[in-house]
Design a protein around this ligand. Structure first.
Ligand SMILES: [Zn+2]
Length: 365
């Protein structure tokens, strides 16, 4: 059997972007160029090949950068490296599914980090995306599921979903000492601050996926619940035998089990995207007349590949991201110099400042 390729996020430093068109290097210029890009009146028909020439629909591909203004740290700074903790490395899917100790550590840190993610609300950039939809300019939005779906969990065996709030309560009752520690941290305000320096001063390090690092914390004692569905009715394993799902007296998952493991309902690093989701994303690209990337450095292969697909289909590509984007120069190869944004745009601006202004422009275009 062919070994599946391990998907590793691109963590090398990325070169700064070349702004396209050249005048988009100021907020006003960027606003003009992005308005041209999204405007239904400027159709770069000559550059559309097999796609529907009558379509004026843009597909949006959004990343973690769109959530920065919601109080969630971005994964990468403008240099394309992890901004908060340079030694930080996200957990990989294989590690999570195969290693009980790794899961304890993941859930302990996530338990402490959840309170902040929970508070995060849609920001002006999210609202601008919604407005673009209302104006009929966006046909679909492909989100890289980093934040939104941290609000739920999925069982890796039976695929049932659970709300994160219930899970958080279970973690709390299974780990009373951690729950007390969390309350203390909340009381000192260490978790309220998004300022990494301030957090560090209070003994905390945090990472953008809601991961909080407690120095010397006894992760090994952390307990997490089993999937209630698998516990009530153990699923069949690949070899046809019935799985065994065991819990301790309080309901914590026991390492003698071979099923009933819950994971956050996000696509983890190293995890393949379900084929139906991938197909839906590809279909959205195939039906679109443009692709706009917002707040993503395309570090994950699946996101990068969608943009490559759009380029191969000769779609105009827009990128609104602070800092470099993986392989971006290839997305603008062969662009006409007369372009004012309608054939392609690259702005190095923050989405929460620029997008609402562009929406405003488009209302009166
Ligand atoms: Zn299950």
């Amino acid at each position: 059997m062919k070994k599946p390729l391990m998907r590793i996020p691109y963590t090398g430093p990325l070169p700064p972007p070349t702004i396209i068109p050249g005048f988009a290097n100021t907020p006003t210029g960027a606003r003009h160029a992005l308005t041209r890009f999204l405007s239904p009146q400027v159709l770069p028909n000559a550059h559309l090949s097999s796609v529907d020439k009558a379509s004026t629909k843009t597909v949006l591909l959004t990343g973690a950068g769109i959530s920065v203004a919601s109080g969630l740290a971005d994964y990468r700074g403008t240099g394309g490296t992890y901004t908060l903790n340079r030694t930080y490395r996200p957990i990989y899917y294989n590690e999570f599914t195969s290693n009980h100790e790794a899961r304890k550590r993941y859930w302990a840190r996530s338990f402490l980090g959840w309170t902040n993610l929970h508070k995060a609300r849609p920001n002006v950039a999210h609202n601008a995306v919604k407005d673009l939809g209302k104006l009929g300019l966006v046909s679909s939005v492909i989100t890289q599921k980093l934040h939104g779906y941290l609000r739920s969990l999925v069982c890796i065996h039976c695929h049932n979903q659970l709300p994160r709030s219930d899970f958080q309560n279970s973690l709390s009752s299974l780990n009373p000492q951690w729950a007390t520690f969390l309350e203390e941290m909340l009381a000192t305000g260490a978790l309220n601050s998004e300022n990494p320096g301030e957090r560090k001063a209070r003994g905390l390090k945090s990472n953008p996926d809601g991961d909080v690092d407690v120095p010397n914390a006894p992760y090994t004692t952390f307990r997490y619940p089993a999937c209630p569905t698998c516990l009530a009715s153990p699923p069949a394993l690949a070899d046809g035998t019935r799985a065994s799902v065991e819990v301790d007296d309080d309901g914590a998952w026991s390492p003698t089990s071979n099923a009933g493991v819950l994971k956050p309902a996000v696509v983890m690093f190293g995890e393949s995207i379900a084929s139906d989701i991938r197909t839906a994303a590809e279909r959205a690209i195939d039906k679109a007349s443009r692709l706009l990337v917002v707040g993503s450095s395309l570090a994950t292969y699946s996101a990068w590949r969608l943009v490559k697909r759009a380029k191969e289909r000769h779609l105009p590509i827009g990128i609104l991201n602070l800092g470099g984007v993986r392989g971006e120069e290839s997305f603008y190869a062969g662009l006409e110099t007369a372009n004012e944004g309608e054939l392609g745009v690259r702005c190095n601006e923050s989405a929460d400042q620029l997008l609402p202004e562009v929406v405003d422009n488009l209302r009166h275009y």
